[in-house]
Design a protein around this ligand. Sequence first.
Ligand SMILES: [Cu+2]
Length: 355
Amino acid sequence: MTHDRRATFRCARVAAVALALGIFSSVGIAGVSAQDATPEASPATVACVSPGLPPGTPTPMDDMAGMDMGTPAADESMEMDMGSPEAVEEAPAAVGAAADEATTAAVMGVLENYVACYNEGQASGDPGLYVALESQNYVESQGYATRYDRVADELGSPFPTATLLDANNVQTWDDGRVSVDAQVLVGEYWLNHWQIFFVQGEDGTWLYDEQVNLPAQPDADFVAINGLNITETKDESTGDITYAFVSYSGSWDFPQTEAIVFNIMNSGEEAHEAILVQLPEGADPMGILDGSIDMSQVKFIGVAAPILPGTSEDLAVLNLPVGTYTLVCFFPGPDGSPHAAHGMIQQFNIVAPAS
Ligand SMILES: [Cu+2]
């Protein structure tokens, strides 16, 4: 990932976190459990092996240069970063080649160990167990200056578990890194498909270095693809912009199926996100904004972020129960208030399939 791309992601993430009232603090984090890994990829159980983090403290808020979310200037620079076409151009890419058997086995072990440490770190309240296995590059890509900043944000994550469903295509790269393509269930429902890169640290430990989104490929008999669009409509007389999620099918009732992929196109000029949550039954979704919904009662399902202008991202879920769900975007508009306050909040239903 080029610096620009990283900065883009960081900005988006910071915006999402800051504007989601701090509850969605684990956006984009990988973690998988060894239990459900393919048999050839792993033994039944992997115990976390991690040095953990030595004692340390997060960066004081006052010192967080560049993370000032409160000023219009900060917002503006974010939008420029996220909106400009240059920001998504990749530098000449490193070249990868299929790994041999021994390397493949070793990389699978590294991945499974990271996953085991993620789950143990979440269960024990010690995120240092897995953050110690991440490179500085990855920590920064997630929007943090130091590992301690990341650990502080990981406490109370809405993703207590993650499960490795599949891993394959191990490659070695001419920049010294290795990669593996992994299907990871984060939390109960959110299916991620990532190419995960590891880089060797100074002491020889392989560190989680980068994750690249791959198209959703649920291994399920019944996969529903729901095409969504994000639109921006400007009122020329007032200058106000209305944001919306639009369902191409015209319906917001989706039949329940084993796997659902929301393919979300951004037809606007700003960057957006799609955070998928379930609110307390019967709650007015605007309560997310006015504080009348207690955030502890909001169930986090998954997220696609950022969705850059002119691009689409997948948000895939497995076995999502029948019920009412909400898509919301907290990215700031030109006036600094979240897009949700200007229409970008949409409920939909998962309905029982016709029998
Ligand atoms: Cu938005």
